[in-house]
Design a protein around this ligand. Sequence first.
Ligand SMILES: Cc1cc2nc3c(=O)[nH]c(=O)nc-3n(C[C@H](O)[C@H](O)[C@H](O)COP(=O)(O)O)c2cc1C
Length: 174
Amino acid sequence: MKRTPIDVFEYASQILEPLPRGILLNTAADGKMDTMTIGWGSLGEDWGKKVFTVLVRESRYTKNLIEKNPEFTLSIPVKGSDVKSIIALCGTKSGRDIDKFEACNLTVVPGHEVSTPAIAELPLTIECKIIYKQDQDPEAIQERFKSGYYPNGDWHTAYTGEIVAAYLLEEDED
Ligand SMILES: Cc1cc2nc3c(=O)[nH]c(=O)nc-3n(C[C@H](O)[C@H](O)[C@H](O)COP(=O)(O)O)c2cc1C
């Protein structure tokens, strides 16, 4: 696979437009990998670094892995790719119970600057090293979001990753 570098701010719309329908957050630790669908996140600039912040609930297996290894990769579909069934499975099944890479027949590609993987079928890839994390403070969340989103107190932790590589995965020519 070939990696063609991209500027994340020039690709902002290609990164953020698919986000509400779901992109993949890949993590790895202790010889295990996982991927889960995320629909929330922010691309921006903190401490003079390009960053992407993801929000992961306490109950996710992803939380276990990201806490052990503070790196993650985002895999984003490009126009024309049909990833509906991948996004659905990775957003409903847990890596505690199944290997989602195998279940979705995903082509795992090693990360370039990080130890978490990229995925050929969702070729727009962002690699991040976590520079800040914060558990959500339930008291600071507006009342209108509290009951709807957190009936069981399954709060989010925000992980801000410095973007250390961003590229499009493409097939080698020969
Ligand atoms: C469209 C969509 C968006 C989602 N966004 C998030 C999210 O931003 N944060 C989160 O913690 N879970 C989110 N989820 C739920 C997780 O993807 C789901 O619970 C998954 O099974 C967790 O996998 P894991 O236990 O292997 O980490 C989303 C699910 C869907 C279908």
